[in-house]
Design a protein around this ligand. Structure first.
Ligand SMILES: [Zn+2]
Ligand SMILES: [Zn+2]
Length: 207
């Protein structure tokens, strides 16, 4: 399974930058989870091949450019070929976390969430897990705001990972608020979890 976090901002040369302002994961070039940057970051070939879009919740950073994309392609959207299971997570609007499997590779997507249980139960029921993409929005010093906005800090993430029975999978932190990116990167490194990395927008990951 190939997964890319689509870039959401570009420098003056048109190259993708590492800040994540919008959420849109492209899977195997034909399905996306969320659609924040879908209309601005796909290549022409990807634009022609993406025909299924799963929206985890209707916050602007997850759907911002969807209307522009759908306007062109709505009539051609189809059911995903991938198998997806969705469970509610703990965010300020109804939001789902997803388990995505192509029969060989299985990946969990937390979407936006604070502490949650059903998501971890779903992951623990899967026979194996190759990768987990999980949000970490605010640094530890902003714990109160993270609780109010229903997001995770690195310290909360570490606690949540204690609910996971699988091990050995890659863990990719996403949804780092650009204003706190540096603090988040150092706090995530401070957790000393070797398989935990910050997901790079624009890079294709394969499992
Ligand atoms: Zn949200
Ligand atoms: Zn969000």
């Amino acid at each position: 399974m190939k997964i890319q976090l689509l870039p959401s901002s570009f420098d003056s040369q048109g190259c993708a930058t590492s800040e994540q302002r919008l959420t849109c994961f492209l899977i195997d070039d034909n399905v996306t989870i969320d659609a924040g940057s879908i209309a601005i970051a796909l290549t022409d070939a990807q634009r022609r091949s993406v025909r299924s879009i799963i929206v985890t919740h209707p916050h602007m950073d997850h759907i911002a450019s969807l209307p522009i994309f759908v306007d062109d392609l709505f009539a051609e959207l189809e059911e995903p070929h991938l198998r997806m299971t969705a469970v509610p997570v703990n965010h300020i609007v109804p939001t789902v976390g997803l388990l995505v499997s192509d029969g060989k590779t299985t990946v969990g997507f937390s979407s936006d969430t604070a502490e949650t249980d059903e998501f971890w139960t779903m992951l623990n029921r899967a026979p194996h897990l190759d990768a987990l993409l999980i949000e970490t929005s605010f640094p530890n010093s902003m714990h109160k705001l993270a609780e109010a906005a229903k997001h995770l800090t690195p310290a909360m993430l570490a606690k949540e990972l204690g609910k996971l029975n699988h091990n050995g999978m890659d863990i990719l932190a996403v949804h780092l608020k650009p204003a706190y990116r540096d603090a988040l990167i150092s706090e995530l490194a401070g957790l000393k979890i070797p398989s935990l990395k910050v997901m790079e927008p624009g890079r294709t990951y394969e499992w």
